[in-house]
Ligand binder design. Structure first.
Ligand SMILES: Cc1cc2nc3c(=O)[nH]c(=O)nc-3n(C[C@H](O)[C@H](O)[C@H](O)COP(=O)(O)OP(=O)(O)OC[C@H]3O[C@@H](n4cnc5c(N)ncnc54)[C@H](O)[C@@H]3O)c2cc1C
Length: 284
């Protein structure tokens, strides 16, 4: 197995185009898969020295988060935490302190697990990612990347360079919750990320709810605008949200929960994240 550390995005793409090449960011998924012989790379491409791939910074219209920035660095960024507390909640749940010192958003997305914690939060925040390839860079909504468990829409030689999140307009709040069977270090039975914006009368002007671990890929709930826009949430609209969340579920059944349990929890977490996000929005 070869190991390379490209210094430019083009060098990284040229290395990644080779058969059996894998990108290495924090390695918290890849090394586990290597050790258990789930994958046998012919080449490991350590992408951490590619320019712009490490670090978090405010930009003219929002935030840039390099795809190989460790979660620990992101959760310590005070202004980012103020802007996107729900995204930070999601990152803070990944593994342990040790794991967070290495784990990255690029790895969490491209590992393509339906239960990845950061992904529903980033999708609900309407994040996009910049994909670097041999001949071009392209920008895609995050929900376009994972196509099925363990599979992404990235083409040969492509990798995620970084993520863009908008600057939340005044009156915006987000929240992320997950349920795990244990109190620590487990995979989500369901994860829910919600972002809402409100006007000065506390009426909702935009809403996005994304669920993880309830289907082969993360699911953005449809039809919420008709229920919530122009109104404050009430029992009736929240019950409709719960029904939509439950109807969107196509979960697996495993040792962490039955299909019925996951379906029920999807409704509960949708309701709870909406309540938290709405409260944050009205105080922002
Ligand atoms: C003990 C433990 C606990 C964990 N707990 C959680 C948890 O609670 N929640 C959760 O969501 N995850 C959890 N994970 C999984 C893992 O830590 C996360 O998915 C992490 O974010 C992966 O990031 P990484 O940088 O380590 O990825 P890596 O292992 O470096 O890479 C993962 C995959 O993505 C590819 N890749 C990495 N970066 C890029 C890129 N920029 N562009 C294209 N492809 C790329 C790699 O080739 C590889 O296939 C846990 C893992 C462990 C070992």
């Amino acid at each position: 197995m070869n190991y390379v550390v490209p210094k430019t995005a083009l060098e990284a793409s040229k290395a990644l185009v080779q058969e059996g090449a894998f990108a290495l960011a924090g390695g918290t998924d890849l090394l586990v898969k290597l050790k258990t012989k789930f994958v046998s790379p012919s080449m490991v491409v350590d992408i951490k020295q590619v320019p712009k791939i490490m670090g978090i910074e405010a930009t003219a219209d929002g935030w840039w988060i390099g795809a190989a920035t460790p979660c620990a660095e992101i959760v310590e960024h005070e202004s980012f935490c103020k802007d996107w507390p729900g995204v930070v909640e999601a990152l803070s749940l990944i593994g342990s302190t040790q794991i967070q010192g290495r784990a990255t958003l690029g790895g969490n997305l491209c590992n393509a697990s339906p239960a990845a914690d950061s992904v529903p939060a980033l999708i609900s925040a309407r994040g996009t990612c910049i994909i670097s390839g041999q001949s071009r860079e392209r920008e895609e909504p995050i929900e376009k990347i994972v196509t099925s468990p363990g599979v992404t829409a990235l083409e040969k030689g492509e990798f995620i360079l970084g993520f863009k999140l908008p600057k939340p307009q005044s009156g915006t709040g987000d929240a992320y919750l997950r349920l795990i069977p244990r109190s620590e270090m487990d995979i989500a039975v369901v994860g829910a990320g919600t972002t809402v914006s409100v006007d000065k009368n506390k009426k909702i002007t935009s809403i996005r709810v994304c669920l993880g671990a309830i289907a082969p890929t993360q699911i953005v709930l449809d039809g919420l605008e008709d229920i919530f826009i122009g109104k404050e949430p009430d029992e009736n609209s929240i019950n409709k949200l719960v029904s939509i969340a439950e109807a969107a579920c196509k979960p697996i059944k495993d040792k962490r929960g039955t299909i019925e349990y996951r379906t029920k929890i999807a409704g509960v977490l949708s309701k709870r994240t909406l309540t938290i996000a709405y409260e944050r929005a009205t105080n922002h």
